[in-house]
Design a binder for this molecule. Structure first.
Ligand code: NOJ
Ligand code: CA
Length: 670
């Protein structure tokens, strides 16, 4: 009887569509909740639409590209056949927020062809927490393809609230905006939004040999991909007659923290391409860095030079004494005098007062790793000329981790996020891997999960980090509770948290302090409480996690015990509660220890946290780093208290945070 009913319904839907079967092909998520339908519309254009439950989430949206020289990538395609598969596996990564990740999806591969025999496979993968799709083109007879535009649209069915930074092909170091979806002019991805009771974020996965995708509002809540161009306006170029795009992704979750807890971006990347990964390990680090940003030290060699042999050894001693695995030095090599000018850094020529061989020897003796530094100022050609040599040179010294930087414009009209530089960034990842070297990239291309394929690509900046607090109006309190729901959905961030001298008292009293950045208003400060600085070590995930302050500000400070106990090599994580721009609570486990970080925006807040993530039948010593009673990020940012308690998995904690405050907790089994 039921069978008959279904046939009847199908029959009537054929009737409604003019007696013709709909040219529609559908696939749902494993739990059946998310449904994606591909269709050729009345004008034979390719479209997709997404519904969640019974509600339309993405209304019919265009697919395809345009190209030069008569290459057709969008029109008149016909479905040749459609294949369906299911995939369910749990894979393991050498490091990450979660070492084990379940990859469970239903795939629909729509194979299409046009009259000139151009072949396109549209591969859709639908997970319980969102979806991704990619294009795989083969153009017979073409020996090159010049892509002029991407037509992919995301027509969001209902207006709602969004959190994003503006689209910009050169920088992600911008402030987040909270605004109606319909009011966004353009945005970079991840673009996070809430509509119809659901949270979602549009981004991309596995960005390889392609420009980055940004989003442009084409009316109401309809968005279209805008690719970062080459100087001649071409968006993507290939010297062969075929190409594959990165995945276009939409994460979808009933709660905002569901976006953080999703493994979708990593699942859409290729498995590890490196033969061995035992040389890759997460590390905590300190470095000669903040002093330059505050203007009390300099990158360039002079009487204020930060990276001297003596100072370098002082940092190694501090790391060795405080359970910190690594030290990082900036301003150690020739070329800083031309930063912002000709930018011809030399990556194998240390300044005269930086005896790198002696420093490397000393670090080895103390069991501390060195993180090297390559600032390019944007001079890619100069860097690429020295690339292999400089990674080999570091490796020969025993230095197997490098922070890179691209603070400056690119030559010849290239922009930071176009295909040219995407290729460059990948070239660096592969060269570093050759020398068993891990990377921390500043001014990077945005993360799209390639750490799964290249686990030596560990962390990157790609948002306004700590440096902005040294010489600008700074990052507002909401910034750190915005990042986990936006930038960090893409992957780890080297924010460099943990400044203890919140008001820069030591720097402001220093006779050496000089203004070096035009944006410096002289009354800069950190816009948070001390407890929130500590919480950010947990919240702002980075497998290379820095305690960014000058070590003088940690020496003898009781609250620095948190960083001593902290372990950057976590096994499991869960975002427990939060709302973009308002607050967040995240817990991570590393071995037997758990670390909890909670933070709030300008509002004081109390959040109740059930400790049911702890192992049952174990008692833990909880060390709580909390805002002091009268703490307030504006008037009393350094008031904090340390409270110790014994707790078990059945306990419930009340986490109290001051305005602009936070809380960090270490749980150690007794
Ligand atoms: C910008 C980076 O984000 C910062 O960490 C670094 O100190 C400067 N560039 C200089 O390389
Ligand atoms: Ca930067």
């Amino acid at each position: 009887m039921k069978q008959h009913l279904i046939s009847l319904v199908l029959f009537f839907s054929f009737l409604l569509s003019g007696c013709m079967p709909l040219k529609q092909t559908e696939v749902t998520s494993p739990n059946g909740h998310i449904r994606l339908a591909f269709a050729l519309d009345g004008n034979n254009r390719m479209t997709y639409q997404v519904s969640v439950g019974d509600t339309v989430f993405i209304t019919p949206s265009l697919l395809g590209f345009t190209a030069k020289d008569g290459v057709n990538l969008a029109e008149g395609f016909k479905v040749v056949n459609t294949g369906f598969t299911t995939h369910d596996e749990t894979w393991t990564q050498p490091w990450g927020e979660n070492k084990n990740i379940r990859n469970h999806y239903n795939e629909m591969a729509v194979h299409l062809s046009d009259t000139t025999n151009t072949k396109l496979t549209l591969r859709f993968r639908i997970f319980d927490d969102g979806l991704g799709f990619r294009y795989e083109y083969e153009v017979p007879g073409a020996d090159s393809i010049l892509v002029t535009d991407e037509l992919t649209a995301f027509n969001i069915a209902q207006d709602g609230t969004s959190w994003s930074i503006p689209a910009n092909y050169d920088t992600y170091e911008l402030l987040y905006r909270t605004q109606p979806v319909s009011r966004i002019d353009n945005a970079n991805t991840p673009m996070t939004f809430k509509t119809g009771g659901l949270y979602a974020s549009i981004h991309e996965a596995a960005l390889t040999d392609f420009p980055e995708m940004t989003l442009k509002n084409t009316g109401n809540c309809n968005f279209k991909s805008e690719l970062a161009p080459w100087p001649d306006g071409i968006k993507a170029r290939f010297n062969v007659g075929s190409f594959k795009t990165p995945w276009r992704t939409i994460q979808i979750a009933p709660k905002a923290v569901g976006l953080i807890n999703s493994g979708l971006i990593l699942n859409l990347n290729e498995p590890c391409a490196l033969e061995t990964t035992d040389w890759i390990r997460p590390m905590k680090y300190v470095g000669i860095w903040w002093g330059m940003h505050l203007g009390v030290e300099s990158w360039v060699i002079n009487d204020r030079h930060g990276a001297t042999t003596e100072n370098a050894k002082r940092y190694i001693d501090f790391a060795a004494a405080n359970n910190i695995e690594a030290v990082m030095y900036e301003g150690w090599n020739e070329g800083w005098e031309n930063w912002g000018g000709s930018q011809t850094f030399d990556y194998t020529r240390p300044y005269a007062d930086f005896d790198i061989e002696e420093i490397a020897r000393y670090a080895r003796e103390k069991g501390v790793a060195i993180i090297g530094h390559h600032e390019t100022g944007g001079n890619i050609m100069n860097y690429e000329k020295q690339l292999d040599k400089s990674y080999k040179w570091y490796a020969d010294l025993g230095i197997h981790s490098v922070k890179t930087g691209y603070a400056g414009g690119l030559p010849d009209g290239h922009n930071h996020h176009g295909q040219y530089n995407v290729r460059h960034y990948r070239n660096v990842v592969e060269t570093a891997a050759k020398y068993h070297t891990t990377l921390d990239v500043h001014e990077p291309i945005k993360d799209t999960g390639i750490r799964r394929t290249y686990p030596n690509m560990m962390t990157r900046e790609g948002a306004r980090g700590m440096e902005w607090n040294a010489w600008s109006e700074g990052n507002p309190p909401e910034h750190h509770v915005m990042l986990p729901f936006t930038r960090l959905l893409a992957g780890p961030m080297d924010y460099t948290p943990g400044i203890f001298d919140i008001m820069y008292e030591r720097a402001k009293n220093s006779p050496y302090r000089k203004q070096w950045n035009m944006k410096d208003s002289k009354d800069c400060r950190i816009n948070s409480t001390l407890a929130k600085q500590i919480a950010n070590w947990v919240i702002l995930y980075s497998p290379l996690q820095m305690a960014a302050d000058m070590i003088e500000n940690y020496e003898g400070h009781p609250a620095f015990q948190f960083f001593r106990d902290f372990d950057a090599d976590c096994d499991w994580s869960e975002a427990l509660a939060g709302e973009p721009g308002e607050f967040v609570v995240i817990v991570r486990r590393a071995g037997e220890k758990y670390f909890l970080g909670a933070a709030t925006n300008e509002e004081a807040r109390e959040v109740t946290v059930a400790l049911d993530f702890l192992e049952k039948d174990k008692t833990y010593r909880a060390v709580i780093y909390a805002d002091g009673k009268d703490a307030d990020w504006v008037t009393n940012p350094t008031a904090y208290e340390i409270i110790e308690k014994q707790v078990t998995a059945t306990d419930i904690l009340s986490v109290n945070m001051a305005k602009g405050g936070g809380q960090a907790i270490t749980f150690m089994p007794l």
